[in-house]
Each structure stands twice: as C-alpha cells, then as structure tokens.
Design a protein. Structure first.
Length: 627
C-alpha cells in the first residue's frame, strides 16, 4: 500500500466537508473520485497533496495519514508561472533537475576514473547513478519531452517561446506536461480532460492506463473513467465509499447495494416490530417475564441496519417546446471560411429539422469559431450561410457563462430578472427552480457561484427564449454527472434542432444523430455506424433452436488459436519497433521517432484487445463444457 487516510475529518469554519474518511492507494491503482459538485472531491485531493490538514482533534489517535516510505505526490494546481520571460523548454527542464544532477556527478566520476582514481566506492556510486538515470528515464528525457509536447498539440518551435506569451489554457497544458514528465509516485488529476481535444484525450487514456505508478482522478468524463479506472471512490453525504471497478461497474454495484440494503432493512424492521408486539402483548404476564426480557435483549443486541439514503441525484429537469416550429431546412453552410486574422477552416454542410449535429476535432481548428460566426459574433472570411424560415436560435457560450462579468454582489434572482424584466417574480422563480435555483438558492450572490452553477444559470436564460435551434459550445464542461445525464435527456426530448461542440465522447454518443468532424485538412460529416461486436456464445445459441456443440467447440478452438498467433505476431512487431527506437541514427529525427512511438502504442492496444478476446473465447469454451 502506497498511501492511507484513516478516519479523517475535514471542516471549513463550521461546515463539515468530509467525515470519517478512509481512503487507500495501492501499487499501480488508477482511482476515480466521483460525486456531486461541491461534495468535496477537490478537497480530498488537496488533503492527499498536503495543501490542507485534517480537522480531527489532537486527542483522536485513530485518525492519521500513513505512507509506505517517501512517496512523491504530483498535483496539477492552479497555474502560476513565476517567470514569464523564460522559454517553455527552460520551464519544462526544471522537471529534470535531478537527472541533470546525476549527469553532472557521473561526468565528475568519469573524469576521476580517467585520471586513474578508480576505487570501489566510486564504481559503486557510478552504478547507483546509472540505475537512477534509468529509473527517471534520464537517457530519453529530451525525446520524451518533445513527443509529449507535440501530443498536446504544440509545434516543436513553441518550445523556444516565452511561457508568458501563451494563453492561460496553454499554460495549463504546459503544467500538465511537466507533471506527466515528472512521473510522481502518486499523480493527482482534477478534471484532466477539460479543454483537451479528442486525439489528446485518447492519447492520455493510453498513457495513464500504462503508467506504472498510482493515479487519482476527479473527472466527470464517463468514457474516460470507464477506460482508465480500476477503483472508484464516491463521496456522498460527506462519506467516502470504495468500489472495485470502473465507473459503470460502480453504478451497477451501488444500485445492487441499495436494493440489498433496502431489503435487509425492511426485513429487520419487520422482525423488530414482531418482537415489540410480542413484548407489548405479554409484558404483564408473570409466566412470560423471562421470555419478554429475552426478546428485549435480542432487539438491543441486533446490529442495526441503517435506513438506506436515496441517491443524491437532484438535478435540473426543465423541458420546453420551441415558441414556433421551423421548416425542414434549418441551416445551409456553403464554402464558409472562418477565422480571425487568417483562415482556420472552410466548411460546407446542411442542417435539417430534428438533427442533433455534434462538432468534434482537434483544438485550434475552428469549432467554436464556427459557432461564433453563425451567431454573428465574428465576420466570415468568405463563403456564405443562411438560416431557414422561422428559425430562432439560442446560443450557449461556455467560456462566457463561466467567466461571468456580472456584479459579484448581485443575486441570482436579480441577475435573471435584469435580462427578462417583463416577467413576474413567480415566473422567474419557477424558471430558476427548474434549474435547481430554488428557495434560498435564488438569493445566492453571483460571486459565490461555482462553474457548474454558472453553466446552469446561462442555460436557464437561453431556454427562456424558447428557440427552435440550440447552438451550444461545450455545454457539459463544469457539469457533474447527474447534470450531464439531465441535459442528455433534455436534448433527446427536444423537438427542435441542435448544433453543438463537445469533447465528451459519451455525451456525443448519447445525443448526436450526426457528426461534423474537423480534421487537419478538411471538415467531414461521416455517417454514424454502429460499432461491430464479436458474436458471443449466447448469440450463436439464439440464432437457432438447436445447436451442434462439437461444431461450436471446433470454431471456438480455431478462433482461440487465431488470436494466439495474432498476439505472437504483434509482440514480435513491438519488439522490432522498440529496437528501431534505439538506433542512434534516429536520435534527432523527431518525426520518425513519433511515428515509431505511435506504431508501438497501436501494437500494444492491439495486444490488449486480443487478450480480451482470448479471455472471452476461453470463457465461452468453459461455458460450453459446463452446458
């Protein structure tokens, strides 16, 4: 075990954030911490990082934090680079300070050896330094830095730019790169996929899955959690509970646990009632005194089952119909050139009534710029676009919603009323209530709102106009999981048309009827196709009312043999590619090195898939044998 928190209490002033928290990190575990916005997820990360302390009294000997030796903990905090004049490369090189110290000492020892000062102590020290260099990937630090820098969407020449010349989002990426290159024993990531494009998210998934140390992640990206995580902790009602498995497995276990606890609780309550009824009936009968006392003792010694709490799934539930209905043709875009000073992309597509079109692709290609052009915030550089008859659009800008320039002392009620002054107070409270601003929440000050609350308020304002075309830029950023699910259901039930930008693959999969993809050279609108799945043993049985076990067994054995051959071939390819990486002639050919690294990652992903299929086939063979 790397790290353990025992019976921790965390309070801010009089408010309890976390109570009786027990938390463990083992070996290479990839841990998710999930829960509603404001439940204490980031607080837990700060506690692990040492930024805050437990609030337990000093006399509480049961509480504490235990670590197995010295564990280096890396946490991506709010970015604030102290010197904006130094280059990005100089900033990243700080991560490798211990590597450079090893190199310097090794050079000193080499010089001493050349002078004939060879001693067992120097040779022992040199051997230890070599091992430290290998453990810290000191021999490949530059290649690792350049490959990772490009994976995050930066060109290599940006390494020479001053760190202060980058935007806040880009500086966050640089800090993230430094954290990954530092390879801490325990890596703490708070919403790591925010502001990353899909290719970078997919690369990060593979990187973290193969990371040989522990990772603790707070994220609302369901697909990311399902693909990376093997342990899930949930914070609910100030308590922390551990579930083995990814996010989907956690949801299933939580539902099953609730059903079992409810059943056990109800049965125990029935038994307590039966015993109390018996006691009440016979308590005044002299011959039943001993039996009455026995049953009373039975109730007192019962391990009481706690009454199950309902899931904390409170979320907004607004459903609305457009003010008017649009015609079939909603939007026509013809060779539209978008950009600011220079052209980013040229786009053509048609949007029909009822479409829910997702815009995806790499950052910097113009996805948000397209939406801003369509709503008139940016002038087109060429081409044209036209909205169809009766189209009334509503626009949600995630950046504007979160970076709200309203008076921080203004209440939510007054802020909404300022935008819709003709509405009655009851109408405003009703609209805000459907987005979880109810009772005293409407009197909350704008400066106190979290990112998720600001998003809800901006959506509430937009829906008040009842448009028939929704234009949404990253609507799920800063939303917790129940909020995302509520928005999914809202859009699925919306009778109008939706055009949206999102990097949340699960959200796109659930909502979109089509995809507009920005790639490096063009914009495509591919048809959605269902993913092909391998047939299971049950599928084979379901196709026929009879089956031949011998033939099925023969097919499964051949299938297993095929997978084994493919796995052996892939492992040989991987070994060959890794040998090429060591070729000194390629040391400065970064393009070739990146291609080789990508091929290795593809082969390793293929091997993982083949191992899963082999396991499924072996399971089918075992089931066949049992049947």
């Amino acid at each position: 075990m790397r790290y353990q928190i025992k019976h921790a209490l965390v309070q801010y002033a009089a408010d309890t954030i976390l109570e009786d928290v027990n938390f463990e990190i083992h070996d290479k575990e990839k841990i998710a911490v999930v829960g509603r916005n404001g439940c204490g997820k980031t607080t837990l990360l700060k506690l692990i990082a040492g930024d805050i302390k437990m609030s337990n009294p000093d006399s509480d000997e049961e509480c504490g934090i235990v670590m197995a030796g010295k564990q280096e903990i890396g946490y991506l905090r709010q970015v604030s680079f102290t010197d904006g004049e130094i280059t990005v490369e100089e900033e990243i090189r700080k991560t490798f300070a211990s590597v450079f110290a090893c190199e310097e000492r090794m050079a000193e020892i080499e010089q001493a050896l050349h002078r004939g000062e060879e001693t067992p102590e120097l040779l022992y020290e040199y051997d230890n330094l070599q091992k430290r260099m290998e453990a810290q990937r000191g021999y490949t630090w530059r290649r690792d830095m350049e490959i990772m820098f490009q994976q995050f969407g930066f060109p290599l020449e940006d390494l020479k730019r001053p760190i202060g010349s980058f935007s806040g989002g880009q500086q966050t990426k640089v800090a993230f790169i430094k954290l990954l290159l530092g390879r801490p024993d325990i890596m703490l990531l708070d919403e790591p996929t925010n502001h990353l494009d899909l290719p970078t998210i997919e690369w990060l998934e593979e990187y973290l899955k193969n990371y040989d140390k522990a990772v603790v992640i707070v994220s609302h990206d369901r697909m990311f959690l399902d693909r990376v995580i093997d342990v899930t902790y949930e914070i609910e009602y100030h308590q922390l509970k551990r579930y083995p498995g990814n996010y989907t497995a956690f949801l299933k276990q939580k539902e099953e646990n609730l059903i079992k606890q409810t059943k056990d609780y109800e049965e125990q309550q029935k038994e307590i009632k039966r015993l109390n009824d018996w006691i009440e009936k016979w308590k005044n009968t002299p011959t039943k005194v001993a039996a009455t006392r026995s049953k009373r003792m039975a109730i007192e010694h019962m391990v009481k089952i706690e009454k199950p709490r309902r899931f904390d799934t409170k979320t907004f539930h607004a459903m609305f119909t457009p003010r008017i209905e649009s015609y079939t043709d909603v939007l026509s875009v013809r060779n539209l050139k978008i950009g600011y000073d220079k052209e980013l992309s040229q786009i053509s597509f048609e949007l029909k009534k009822g479409d829910r079109l997702a815009i995806i692709g790499e950052n910097g290609k113009g996805k948000s710029t397209l939406l801003k052009t369509l709503v008139g915030m940016i002038k087109p550089l060429g081409g044209s676009f036209t909205f169809g008859p009766n189209v009334e659009w509503g626009y949600f800008d995630q950046q504007k919603a979160v970076v709200n320039d309203a008076d921080p002392e203004q209440t939510v009620l007054d802020n909404f009323w300022e935008e819709y002054p003709k509405l009655l107070r009851e109408e405003i409270r009703s609209a805000l209530g459907s987005f979880l601003f109810s009772q005293e929440e409407v009197m909350k000050k704008m400066g106190q709102l979290s990112g998720g609350e600001k998003v809800r308020l901006a959506l509430c304002k937009m829906f008040q106009t009842r448009p028939n075309l929704l234009i949404l830029d990253e609507p799920t950023n800063h939303m917790d999981l129940p909020g995302k699910e509520a928005l999914e259901q809202m859009l699925l039930g919306f009778p109008g048309t939706v055009l949206f930008v999102s990097h949340d693959r699960y959200f796109v999969k659930q909502v979109a009827t089509g995809i507009l993809e920005f790639d490096q050279t063009d914009v495509k609108r591919p048809d959605k196709k269902p993913e092909r799945q391998e047939p299971t043993l049950q599928d084979v049985f379901d196709k026929k009312t009879y089956y031949n076990p011998g033939k099925i067994k023969s097919r499964l054995v051949k299938q297993l043999e095929k997978y084994e051959n493919q796995l052996a071939e892939s492992e040989e390819n991987t070994a060959s590619l890794k040998m090429q990486l060591l070729d000194p002639a390629l040391a400065s050919d970064y393009q070739k090195l990146m291609e080789l690294q990508k091929q290795i990652e593809e082969e390793e992903h293929k091997q993982e898939t083949l191992l899963e299929r082999m396991l499924e086939t072996e399971t089918d063979l075992e089931e066949l044998q049992e049947n």
